[in-house]
Design a protein around this ligand. Structure first.
Ligand SMILES: [Zn+2]
Length: 320
């Protein structure tokens, strides 16, 4: 179970809505949404994004006026919600739908739920929110970690759906193992190939050195010991123990991931957006033991006001 700092103290009805009816009562308008974001972004009170000064007063509208540098800023300045023309109430509803359902929501599903004219609006919002699902300072996995690759289906750029357009993408998976049993956190990366040049940097980026890495016999992992990792190689012969028995964690995660991409997103994921979907899966998987779905809503918005803005062209281009 992943318990972030102070998470234990967060409660439905106090820190986040416990149900849709409560959600509606808490966030009737954009002012209410702003107040909530202010609480998430500045739990100790306003901090000027420009100079770090904490002395300020509320200027006209929703702006704060810093007494240090005289800059005006809003709670969404410098975040993914910056300069949005979509009302915050709609962003909040999107974040709620995205986190409140066990498997998330597709762009079409969100379009229907919120009554948008175009699926594109819903699609862009979901992609922006996915950007907020990655904490840049997130901890590395540690202890005993299973690492493997899997193939997921998707579509090529400009490709038609259906027969002939399908393409397989490679996803590297790392999962913490818990004693005496069970899985911890996961990290996923869309990699171009299964060469050491793709797999070893993935492990180095997401796992603490000194950890024990369990892999199959693939030579792509052979240089891990020179990077400060211990490696346990599981050599499987054709008649041997099946992979889902010897590498249960990565196989479980791979099958959940594939089911989610096929189920919620109909497998229609493009290469340039796959990493965003992997982040959403990771966000949800790593919080799968949260007692309350509202806690995911809280975390998502908290990270949204801690994350830098993403211009639309970057989302379309899939840039990082
Ligand atoms: Zn300032």
């Amino acid at each position: 179970m992943v318990v972030g700092p102070f998470e234990i103290d967060l409660r439905a009805g106090k820190d986040y809505p416990g149900a849709w009816s409560e959600f509606r009562a808490w966030f009737p308008d954009d002012t209410a949404c702003r107040r909530y974001l202010e609480r998430l972004r500045w739990p100790e009170g306003f901090v000027c994004p420009a100079c770090g000064c904490t002395k300020a007063w509320r200027a006209s509208g929703d702006l704060w006026m810093c007494s240090g540098c005289s800059r005006r800023s809003s709670v969404t300045a410098g975040t993914i919600l910056d300069k949005t023309r979509t009302p915050l109430t709609v962003w909040f509803a999107a974040a709620w739908h995205m986190t409140n359902q066990k498997l998330g929501v597709s762009a079409l599903g969100l379009q229907r739920a919120l009554g948008f004219k175009s699926e594109q609006t819903a699609w862009t919002m979901l992609h922006k929110l996915r950007r907020a699902m990655v904490r840049p300072d997130r901890d590395k996995l540690a202890g005993e970690v299973e690492v493997d690759e899997t193939y997921v289906g998707g579509v090529t750029k400009g490709g038609k759906r259906g027969r002939g357009a399908e393409k397989k993408f490679i996803v590297a998976i790392a999962v913490e193992l818990r004693e005496p049993k069970g899985f911890g956190r996961v990290r996923l990366r869309h990699v171009p190939d299964v060469q050491a040049s793709s797999l070893v940097p993935f492990v180095c980026d997401v796992v603490e050195p000194g950890s024990l890495i369990r892999t199959d016999g693939h030579p792509g992992y052979d240089t891990l010991p020179s990077q400060g990792y211990r490696r346990e190689k599981l050599v499987l012969s054709a008649s041997d123990t099946p992979a889902h028995v010897s590498m249960p964690a990565v196989h479980r995660v791979a099958s959940l991931l594939k089911r989610w991409l096929l189920g919620t997103h109909q497998g229609s994921v493009h290469a340039e957006h796959l990493q965003s979907y992997l982040e959403e899966f990771t966000f949800r998987f790593n919080r799968r033991h949260s007692r309350q779905r509202g806690l995911l809503f809280y975390r998502l918005l908290q990270q949204a006001v801690g994350a830098p803005p993403v211009p639309y062209k970057d989302i379309v281009g899939g840039g990082q």
